[in-house]
Design a protein around this ligand. Structure first.
Ligand code: C2O
Ligand code: CU
Ligand code: CU
Length: 419
C-alpha cells in the first residue's frame, strides 16, 4: 500500500523449505517467502510503516541495518518479538539514497537465523538518485546481488550446527540471491550491481574476470562524491557497494564474470544491448570532506580483541544488563576503533546501529575514495585504528558490534544509550 507520503509493508519471518540444488530441499527461513526477503523500497521524506510478524517458533527481531531510526524501532536484541507476535513500527526516512538491509538480531540466535535465510534489502531513494543518469531499472539494468556462502551436506541440507565455527561460519558454495551459479542477461551497455555481503563471516574481494575496471558509485549508506574506478573491491560481512559495469567491450553472446577469490559469483551474459546511459556521471553526491569538529565532541575509544569465545570490546564481553556508553542525541561523536594486534590475528567488521558515519582516518591516513561516503560497517584488519565521526539523530538504545555474526554472538558487542 502506498500513498504520497506514507508507505506500508508487512514483513513476516517464517520457516519453510528451499530447493537450492536438484534433489533435496532443506529447511530455511525467509521473510514473506522461504529464503531471503522482499526488497523494501522507501523514499527520503516518506513515513514508513512496517508490520513485523514473527511466524517462527522462536524469538526474533527485525533490525533495519543502516537505517537512521529510533532505538525503539531499530530491532536490537533488547526488543525480542515472541513466536506468533507482531510489532508495528513507523519511521520517517531521513537519510540519503542507499542500499540498506534488514535481518534478525535476537539474543543468541542471530547467526543461525541469518544463515538459514533471514535477510532482505532496503532501497532508499531521494532526489539525487532520481536525477542522476545511472541505471535504475530494477531487474533490467539495476540488480541486487546478495552474496552468501553456504555448505550443503550430502543430502543437500544446511547444517548450521555442524558447520558452526566460533570464529565465523563459512560455507563452501556461493549463493547469490539464494541461487547457485546465477547469471544475468545483460541487455544494456551499463549494468548497476548492488552488492551486499550477506555472509556470516566471509570477506569477498570482487573482480571482473577480464580484469577490467568497475566503477563504484555507492558504499553502505550513500553515493560516493564521484565514481571510483577500481579493479577490485573488498566487502566484509554486512557491507554494501554499488558498482557500474561498462559492458561495451564485450561482444554479443559472450560473457563476463564477477569473481571472488577466483570463483565465479555471477555471470553476465551479453545480449544485444541498448545504450541505457551514454556515459558515467562525473559527479554523484555533493559531500563536504568529513571533519571532526574541534569543540563539544564526545570521544570514545573502542578496542576489539580476542578470538573465538574470548572476543571482547574494551576487555569486556557483552552484557545485556550493562549500558556501555551514554550520550546525547545530535551530539557530535568521534570514535577511535582499534583492532588490537595479537598472536592470532583476525579482521573485525565493526558496525554501529542507528547512524551512518564518515571515516576521518585509517591508521592516520585519509580514507580511500570508496570509503569517504556514509558507512555503517568498517572492516578493521589486525592492528588497524580507524577514526569515525557521526551524530545520533534519534534517541534510544543501540548496539555496536563485530558483524562477524559468530563474534557478535560470542559477545563482541556493546550497547549505547542515546538520550
Ligand atoms: Cu547488521 Cu547489529 O547488525
Ligand atoms: Cu545494524
Ligand atoms: Cu570479529
Amino acid at each position: 500500500k502506498q500513498t504520497k507520503n506514507d508507505v506500508y509493508y508487512t514483513v513476516t519471518a517464517k520457516s519453510g523449505t528451499t530447493d537450492f540444488k536438484d534433489g533435496g530441499s532443506t529447511e530455511t527461513l525467509g521473510y514473506n517467502g522461504t529464503y531471503l526477503g522482499p526488497v523494501i523500497k522507501i523514499r527520503r521524506g516518506q513515513t514508513v510503516h512496517i508490520k513485523e510478524v514473527n511466524d517462527l517458533n522462536e524469538n526474533t527481531t527485525f533490525h533495519w541495518h543502516g537505517a537512521i531510526i529510533d532505538g525503539k524501532a531499530d530491532g536490537g536484541l533488547h526488543d525480542p518479538i515472541k513466536p506468533g507476535k507482531t510489532k508495528n513500527i513507523s519511521f520517517k526516512v531521513q537519510q540519503p539514497a542507499a542500499t540498506l538491509w534488514f535481518h534478525p538480531h535476537p539474543s543468541g540466535q542471530t547467526a543461525k537465523q541469518v544463515y538459514k535465510g533471514l535477510a532482505g534489502l532496503i532501497y532508499v531513494s531521494d532526489n539525487t538518485s532520481k536525477n542522476l543518469k545511472i541505471p535504475k531499472n530494477y531487474g533490467v539494468d539495476d540488480f541486487p546481488l546478495v552474496v552468501q556462502d553456504r555448505t550443503f551436506d550430502s543430502k543437500n541440507q544446511f547444517n548450521y550446527k555442524k558447520d558452526y565455527n566460533s570464529d565465523g561460519t563459512l560455507g563452501e558454495n556461493i549463493l547469490v540471491n539464494g541461487t547457485l551459479n546465477p547469471y544475468i542477461n545483460v541487455t544494456t551497455k551499463f549494468v548497476r550491481l548492488r552488492l551486499l555481503n550477506g555472509s556470516n563471516a566471509r570477506n569477498y574481494t570482487f573482480k571482473l574476470s577480464n580484469n577490467q575496471k568497475m566503477y563504484q558509485i555507492a558504499g553502505d549508506g550513500s553515493f560516493l562524491s564521484k565514481p571510483d574506478p577500481i579493479k577490485k573491491l573488498t566487502l566484509a560481512p554486512a557491507q554494501r557497494a554499488e558498482v557500474l559495469v561498462d559492458t561495451s567491450s564485450i561482444p554479443d553472446g559472450e560473457s563476463l564474470e564477477l569473481v571472488a577469490g577466483g570463483i565465479p559469483v555471477v555471470t553476465l551474459k551479453m545480449q544485444t544491448r541498448t545504450d541505457n546511459i551514454k556515459r558515467m556521471p562525473k559527479s554523484l553526491l555533493k559531500m563536504a570532506t568529513a571533519k571532526a569538529g574541534t569543540h563539544d565532541v564526545d570521544k570514545q575509544t573502542l578496542t576489539l580483541s580476542g578470538m573465538s569465545k574470548m572476543v571482547e570490546i574494551n576487555g569486556k564481553q557483552f552484557n545485556p544488563d550493562r549500558i556501555d556508553i551514554h550520550t546525547k542525541v545530535r551530539q557530535q561523536q568521534v570514535w577511535t576503533v582499534k583492532n588490537k594486534k595479537q598472536m592470532m590475528n583476525m579482521s573485525h567488521p565493526f558496525h554501529l546501529h542507528g547512524v551512518q558515519f564518515r571515516i576521518l582516518s585509517i591508521n592516520g591516513h585519509k580514507p580511500p575514495l570508496n570509503e569517504t561516503g556514509y558507512m555503517d560497517t568498517v572492516n578493521l584488519k589486525p592492528g588497524d585504528s580507524v577514526k569515525l565521526t557521526f551524530k545520533f539523530e534519534e534517541k534510544g538504545l543501540y548496539m555496536y558490534h563485530c558483524h562477524n555474526l559468530e563474534h557478535e554472538q560470542n559477545g563482541m558487542m556493546g550497547q549505547i544509550m542515546v538520550e
